[in-house]
Write a protein that binds this ligand. Structure first.
Ligand code: AHR
Length: 492
């Protein structure tokens, strides 16, 4: 097929907030223990962090990492994870039905994040706890003047405040699976009061209120409206969470899932603006898509996992080639909505629905690592509107899905990157590109991720089974059937 892609340097969506390339580490499965932290491992550093994992995380240039959950946070007492390790309690984690040893807590995690070149996005427990503990942890992490909690931090060896800027007011509090789930109004009131106190302790922080756990929750819409009406003046972002999957093995439909992500974003954006108008407010609440990924491969095996053990294998989805294509298209959607999506977290980062996997004898990279790395490394700058003239297809309820989806980022420094995914299973797309305002730019690199086998995966034994390649640059640009593409144009 022949397609036309046009863009214009002046036709801007937004300056991209780098935090859309964030990720997530939860106390869940082997994300922390045996993932980022494994004292005694041959690559362990002075604090027990695996350097091989840190090396891969650095390659991803992850700007923020959400922590410590997820569902876990709704039953978590943060004080259990500070102070001398020998005094830390082993506790039941009811969210994932495991044992939490508390060897890693906020003291260690903020240090890990520094070593990874990331900032922490910290969640507070609004399940079993509330405003009081929320304000105390802000005081522990961020206060410089002498108070009980800042002195406690100093006593634990951390003279300087951690300076955690971004905080989540709980997690998925609408989900019946959540520890101490709440009705919209119960959550809205709790979040509002917690937000007030947290900002009174440190007015420089930014707060993310929980939106719905996903777009098909029964209270979706009503939840957002209630939370925004109650909390509007005290919060900065509302969260969106969504996981995608291909349980029916319907590849054309699966490759179109970004359409659902886009719709979800537009609906929440609309609700934010509706409440803004109701209130006659000058303030805009933006979106934090702080859990997104593919999650379905491990569902059945997780039902067999032994309960109440330390760090069992949980949510260890093994990602195939088509999953990587979908992740690429979801990243394109986040970039194309960067005027309102200011934060997003690929959930998660290590071992648990993750791009990076560990075993005692090594680390390996999943297929989804590559589009995530490409977007995070090359997708910084100004997002431009991209007009794509191409054919469409229907996939069940998803109608008129364009075969090609794309996003473009001008880095302001003589480099333009176009990310594109061809959803067609059998037709290459020959591209006629019109890049207004980029005269003198030429294509320097065309990275492609493609594979004949949609179900091909990487593994510790075969880590390079699905990896990107550099295509030869010729007269024409072609997006091969079912491929992820990164075009890097540079001013010469
Ligand atoms: O990321 C895995 C889980 O998915 C998180 O703990 C929870 O917030 C969501 O349901």
């Amino acid at each position: 097929m022949e397609i036309k892609i046009s863009l214009d340097k002046q036709n801007v969506i937004s300056e991209i907030d780098n935090r859309i390339y964030g990720s997530f580490i939860e106390h869940l499965g082997r994300a922390v223990y045996g993932g980022i932290y494994q004292p005694g491992h041959e690559t362990a550093d002075d604090m027990g962090f695996r350097k091989d994992v840190l090396e891969y995380v650095s390659q991803l240039k992850v700007p923020i990492v959400r922590y410590p959950g997820g569902n876990f946070v709704s039953g978590y007492n943060w004080e259990d994870g500070i102070g001398p390790k020998e005094n830390r309690p082993h506790k039941l984690d009811l969210a994932w039905q495991t044992i939490e040893t508390n060897e890693v807590g906020i003291d260690e995690f903020q240090e890990w994040a520094k070593r990874a070149g990331s900032e922490v996005m910290m969640a507070v427990n609004l399940g079993t706890r509330g405003a009081d503990d929320a304000r105390n942890i802000v005081e522990y992490c961020n206060l410089d003047i002498d108070t009980y909690y800042s002195q406690l931090r100093r006593k634990n060896g951390f003279e300087k405040p951690f300076g955690i800027k971004l905080w989540c007011l709980g997690n998925e509090m609408d989900g019946p699976w959540q520890i101490c789930a709440k009705t919209p109004m119960e959550y809205a009131r709790t979040a509002c009061e917690a937000a007030k106190l947290m900002k009174w302790v440190d007015p420089s922080i930014e707060l993310v209120a929980c939106g719905s756990a996903h777009m098909f929750m029964p209270t979706f819409g009503e939840w957002e409206r209630t939370v925004l009406r109650e909390c509007y003046d005290h919060i900065d972002y509302i969260s969106l969470h969504n996981y995608y999957g291909n349980p029916d093995d319907n590849t054309p439909k699966y490759l179109a899932q970004a359409v659902n992500m886009d719709k979800f974003i537009k609906i929440v954006e609309g609700i934010c603006d509706e409440v803004k108008a109701e209130k006659g407010s000058d303030k805009t609440v933006n979106l934090s898509f702080d859990e997104w990924n593919i999650w379905f491969h491990s569902n059945e095996q997780d039902k067999e996992t032994e309960r109440y053990v330390v760090a069992p294998r949980l949510l260890e989805d093994i990602y195939n080639f088509e999953d990587a294509l979908v992740v690429g298209s979801l990243l394109i959607t986040l970039i194309n909505n960067s005027d309102r999506v200011k934060i997003a977290c690929l959930a998660q980062l290590v071992n648990v629905i993750a791009p990076i996997m560990t075993e005692d004898n090594g680390c390996w990279l999943q297929t989804i690592f590559y589009p995530y790395m490409h977007a995070s490394v090359f997708g910084r700058g100004t997002a431009l509107n991209v007009n794509i003239d191409c054919g469409t297809y229907d996939a069940d309820e998803l109608k008129d899905v364009p075969y090609v989806t794309a996003a473009a980022v001008d880095n302001g420094n003589g480099e333009l990157t176009v990310f594109a995914m061809n959803r067609s299973l059998d037709e290459d797309a020959v591209v006629d590109a019109e890049l207004a305002g980029f005269e003198g730019y030429t294509l320097q690199e065309h990275i492609e991720l493609n594979c004949d086998d949609f179900k091909a995966v990487n593994s510790l034994e075969n880590p390079d089974n699905v990896v990107p390649n550099n295509k030869d640059i010729g007269e024409t640009i072609t997006f091969a059937a079912h491929s992820w593409n990164v075009l890097r144009f540079k001013k010469v």
